[in-house]
Write a protein that binds this ligand. Structure first.
Ligand SMILES: [Mn+2]
Length: 355
């Protein structure tokens, strides 16, 4: 082994730069835009509120925010185990590992848009139906009326019903749906209950929040298929997990755009769409599912859609002792945020960086 020459060492040392060099115009320009919005690199949980991706916490929903992230800590509608109510808390904690840069897009969501963390929906009572149809719906109606995009963190899937109700009221519209899940969630209600986490999309169709002709459900599998005949009866496009593996995500994303079209739509991601080998931290884990990369690619495929909002549901931290599922869920939540800021920031003046 030859000793390195002083010239070679000097050349290598040229590449040694500080991590956050505020004299570098590329870096300082981002912080000049992001800091007034309240974005911070602070990772000390003792000193700062752990908002999603360190986003500023603001309870006021007004025209000053472009994307509003909201926690819906609810699991009263879970047919299976309790625990999904701790999802927002776990994903906020795990979200410190992600952002501000989206390496796939080369974008910084906080640079494209003003992004805030509203905090969690406040419950007015202990009753499931009131929490969903009143408490959640009111928050999302306010977000929709201000023209902000919403990003909801569950909670189990019943939360999505409240979100759709609020947004459908605000826009006075029925949406297309990109739904990634192991389950169709179109079963009938059970024993006369109004709603539960297995019936969300049946109720959303019957109440006029989503148009089944413009709905697509992806990643479907498992033993409960007989409960979801409603999806086929009303004309929802159902894509199994096997079809995703066989045909590839680009093909499926093309199909999504064809089914959903350019009118308003919504994206709902159930984390149990992921294979149970990586996602046992959920209420209804299913084997033979999607990979993390496939789910990410399907989310990226939504970039051309006219989304009014998105959500990630069904992380169950009680079944996630290592935190690995929360880590993966937070990563996918960041991909959802990146798609929304990409849509909302399309007209924004700030450019995409080359970081
Ligand atoms: Mn599911």
């Amino acid at each position: 082994m030859a000793k390195m020459t002083p010239e070679k060492l000097a050349a290598l040392q040229q590449h040694d730069k500080p991590a956050f060099d505020f004299n570098n115009p590329e870096i300082s320009a981002f912080f000049e835009r992001a800091l007034p919005h309240g974005y911070t690199l602070e990772t000390n949980g003792f000193a700062a509120l752990p908002g999603f991706f360190q986003a500023p916490h603001r309870r006021d929903i007004d025209g000053n925010a472009d994307v509003v992230m909201v926690g819906c800590p609810l699991d009263l509608g879970a047919i299976g185990l309790a625990g999904a109510r701790h999802g927002p808390e776990a994903i906020r904690a795990a979200s410190r590992h992600f952002g501000p840069i989206n390496d796939a897009f080369g974008s910084i969501p906080f640079e494209q848009c003003s992004v805030i963390d509203y905090g969690d929906v406040e419950w007015s009572c202990t009753d499931l139906t009131t929490r969903v149809t009143n408490d959640i719906a009111q928050v999302f109606e306010a977000i929709g009326r201000q023209g902000c995009l919403s990003l909801s963190c569950g909670g189990e899937h019943t939360t999505t019903y409240g979100v759709l109700k609020g947004l459908a009221t605000a826009y006075d519209d029925a949406f297309g749906l990109l739904h990634i899940d192991a389950h169709c969630d179109t079963m009938s209600t059970w024993g006369g209950d109004e709603i539960n986490d297995g019936s969300v999309f049946r109720r959303a169709v019957l109440d006029g929040f989503i148009d089944p002709q413009r709905c697509i459900q992806i990643g479907i599998r498992g033993r409960a298929g007989f409960l979801w005949e409603f999806s086929h009866d009303v004309g929802i496009t159902v894509i199994t997990a096997d079809e995703v593996h066989e045909k590839g995500c680009d093909y499926i994303s093309d199909q999504c755009r064809e089914v959903i079209g350019s009118d308003r739509s919504y994206l709902s991601l159930d984390i149990d769409s992921l294979d149970s080998s990586v996602m046992m931290g959920t209420t209804g884990p299913e084997p033979f599912g999607l990979t993390a990369r496939q789910v990410r690619q399907l989310i990226h495929g939504a970039r051309g859609l006219n989304l009014v909002g998105a959500d990630l549901v069904e992380l169950n931290p009680n079944r996630d002792p290592s935190g690995s599922c929360a880590h993966l869920a937070a990563a996918l939540f960041f991909e959802l945020l990146s798609v929304l800021t990409d849509i909302k920031g399309a007209d924004a003046t700030s450019g995409v960086t080359n970081w």
